[in-house]
Design a protein around this ligand. Structure first.
Ligand code: 13P
Length: 338
């Protein structure tokens, strides 16, 4: 199959009705922190056990079309000796891979970060394809303060994100494009909207400059919310702000927008997604999820690092994924949590 055929097939699978994406691609420091929150040690065996538990949850393929992994997982096997990417395929899930190499200070722009990982990216992707990965993720971050993000941070990050997306598509891999405006801070919702609009505008300008085919990307944005230290307006208000920014910035050619959860609780992230899918007005894209914490927190709480809790952990994952699948269709209500 040529690269366009591969992109087409993968995007169809990732965006099929009722489904979203699980981000299980935490780097070593991040997974260590997440597991420690539940008293679990981040050993190689625990990471293998846990991520294969996610990938092989019975029935999860109805709600989750893709899982993003960290490099380590692509080479690991589940308890039956099946490689985890292969186990995903058996469960009707497309395996993906986070390909950026994390954040560094943006020189000349105090307080801003830029994402690295473009060097040798094409060669690395060829290796990931060999291992079974069919799509990729790259994350930029933008912290909101009085002085950040700067104009140069917005432009520099857009440029690397677009170069990454072009390289991924050249290898037949669907790029998830993630410009994340962070939730930390005491800014109001208008400021989050203004920064998110500026970041996404620059990203789509850069994608166009680099001839990225918008039909074969997934946008993974933050929702528009006030800073963590401020009270939240209603779920509907947050949904309206988010939709307004998306309508202003995201071309209708983009098939799917899969939100990150960004530090919201599991229930909040589901309710916000549901409100956007229920809202009136133009929405030319699928609106779905690509959560990490909002899907995995309840799973880790049920697992507790004990293999005996595997079935309970898989039940917790199934429940959260099913509720988010309802939200993706605008059919969730909080009483379904019970
Ligand atoms: P959260 O849903 O926890 O924000 O993680 C999404 C993600 O993959 C960040 O890159």
């Amino acid at each position: 199959m040529d690269t366009i055929g591969q992109l087409h097939q993968t995007i169809e699978r990732l965006t099929s009705p009722g489904r979203g994406i699980l981000a299980a691609d935490e780097s070593y420091p991040t997974i260590t922190k997440r597991l420690a929150d539940h008293g679990i040690e981040s050993t190689e065996e625990n990471r293998r056990f846990y991520r294969s538990l996610l990938a092989s949850t019975p029935g999860i393929g109805e709600y989750v079309g893709g899982i993003i992994f960290f490099e380590e997982t692509l080479g690991q096997k589940n308890d039956d000796g099946v490689r985890i990417p292969e186990a995903c395929e058996q469960n009707h899930i497309v395996p993906g891979i986070k390909v950026d190499k994390g954040l560094v200070e943006l020189a000349g722009s105090p307080g801003d970060k830029v994402t690295q990982g473009l060097d040798n990216l094409g060669d690395r992707l060829d290796g990931y394809v060999e291992q079974g990965a069919r799509f990729t993720k790259w994350r930029n971050v933008y912290a909101i303060t009085d002085r950040t993000p700067s104009r140069q941070a917005i432009d520099a990050n857009a440029e690397v994100l677009a170069r990454y997306a072009a390289i991924a598509q050249s290898r037949g891999m669907v790029p998830i494009v993630e410009p994340e405006v962070l939730l930390d801070g005491n800014h109001d919702i208008e400021r989050c909207a203004e920064v998110t609009e500026a970041a996404q505008t620059a990203v789509f300008d850069a994608l166009r400059r680099h001839n990225v085919k918008l039909e074969y990307i997934i946008l993974k944005p933050n929702m528009v919310l006030p800073g963590q230290d401020n009270p939240r307006p209603s779920v509907e208000t947050c949904a309206e702000y988010t939709l307004q920014v998306l309508r202003r910035t995201v071309p209708a050619a983009v098939p799917s927008i899969n939100f990150l959860s960004g530090g919201q609780t599991a229930e909040e992230a589901t309710a916000h997604l549901n409100a956007m899918n229920q809202a009136d007005g133009a929405k030319p894209w699928v609106l779905s999820f690509s959560y990490s914490r909002a899907l995995q927190n309840p799973v880790q709480a049920a697992w507790k690092g004990d293999p005996a809790n595997k079935a309970d952990a898989q039940q917790a994952f199934l429940k959260r994924a099913r509720l988010n699948s309802m939200a993706r269709q605008g059919q969730y209500s909080p009483d379904m949590e019970a």
